[in-house]
Design a protein around this ligand. Structure first.
Ligand code: C2E
Ligand code: MG
Ligand code: MG
Ligand code: MG
Length: 282
């Protein structure tokens, strides 16, 4: 590119780009110490039953509490962590952290954890997962993967996924309908759950959504719609028979403490007569 740009190759050193490169470098070195410095956190977004909005489980979403920059979003640091390979220890940390949180939650919830391509290629993954979920009912633990993660080496990926399934955990195909979706992969992968990318909802194409929900059901998959922000979307999806959803309409990702409080509160309101609740609220 620089060659073709000829004399205008000075563009490469425009201040804005320079700042961008510096910022990435800085994030890169920062990430290397983030785990040990205790700067990573998981936030937990409820996955709800669309029938009544009750919480069926949570998706663990990584956050980086940077000492100077504050909360950094995964869109900014996950790609860097993947480039450097740091995602493998970070992902291992997330597996253990999310499983510990699942043990701390009072109730029969599920916990979803996102996996990266590098982790799927890591020969230690199955042992990491086995260690993380020790003592838990494995069917309450869900790993989320995307089709693009599988495409580089589909045979190896399918072997890894089969070994993970043998632990008794569930697998979800995340962001379905974006990028390189292919029905061929969908039938080859031993997944249990299909997560419809939120672009489907944003695209406002009811026929397409209906088709994908019935595709999932035809393959005996549970279907989760991502990115529900409006009542109308909830009601339309429920009418289509989509069982689960996730989105800001129900809840943003919560800190660990807030997710515990939300669960305690819902247990409390189920068990107590409403007059008592009023009392407790003062
Ligand atoms: P994802 O796995 O598809 O996660 C869903 C993303 O959508 C989350 O963004 C969530 O906050 C956001 N979201 C949920 N409901 C709504 C909504 O109603 N509207 C909108 N606009 N957004 C909504 P987040 O937390 O920024 O994570 C972005 C992506 O980063 C994730 O997409 C996932 O691919 C990746 N990621 C997050 N945590 C981890 C992790 O622990 N490991 C790996 N490998 N990737 C992670
Ligand atoms: Mg996900
Ligand atoms: Mg997703
Ligand atoms: Mg995603």
């Amino acid at each position: 590119v620089a060659k073709r740009a000829g004399k205008s190759s000075y563009r490469l050193f425009e201040p804005a780009m320079h700042a961008g490169v510096l910022a990435r470098l800085e994030l890169r070195t920062g990430l290397a110490r983030a785990i040990d410095a205790d700067e990573l956190e998981l936030h937990y977004q409820p996955v709800v039953r669309l029938s009544d909005g009750s919480t069926a489980g949570f998706e663990a979403l990584m956050r980086w509490q940077h000492p100077e920059r504050g909360l950094v979003s995964p869109a900014d640091f996950i790609p860097i962590a993947e480039e450097t390979g740091m995602i493998v220890p970070m992902g291992r940390w997330a597996l253990h952290e999310a499983a510990a949180h699942l043990r701390a939650l009072d109730g029969d919830y599920r916990m979803n954890v996102n996996l990266s391509a590098k982790q799927l290629q890591d020969p230690g993954l199955v042992e990491d997962v086995r260690a993380a979920i020790a003592g838990l009912d494995p069917s309450r633990f869900v790993l989320e993967l995307t089709e693009s993660m599988v495409m580089d080496d589909a045979d190896h990926a399918v072997d890894q996924l089969t070994a993970l399934k043998a632990l008794g955990i569930k697998l979800a195909l995340d962001d379905f309908g974006t990028g390189h979706s292919s029905l061929g992969y969908l039938s080859r992968l031993p997944v249990d759950i299909l997560k419809l990318d939120r672009a489907f909802l944003a695209g406002d194409e009811p026929n397409l959504i209906a088709a994908v929900v019935s595709l999932g059901h035809a393959l005996s998959l549970e279907v989760v719609a991502e990115g529900i922000e409006e009542d109308e979307q909830w009601h339309a999806l429920r009418a289509l028979g989509c069982q689960y959803g996730q989105g800001f309409l129900f809840s943003k990702p919560l800190t660990a403490a807030d997710s515990l409080a939300a669960v305690a509160w819902s247990l409390c309101s189920e068990r107590m007569p409403s007059e008592l609740l009023v009392c407790h609220l003062g």
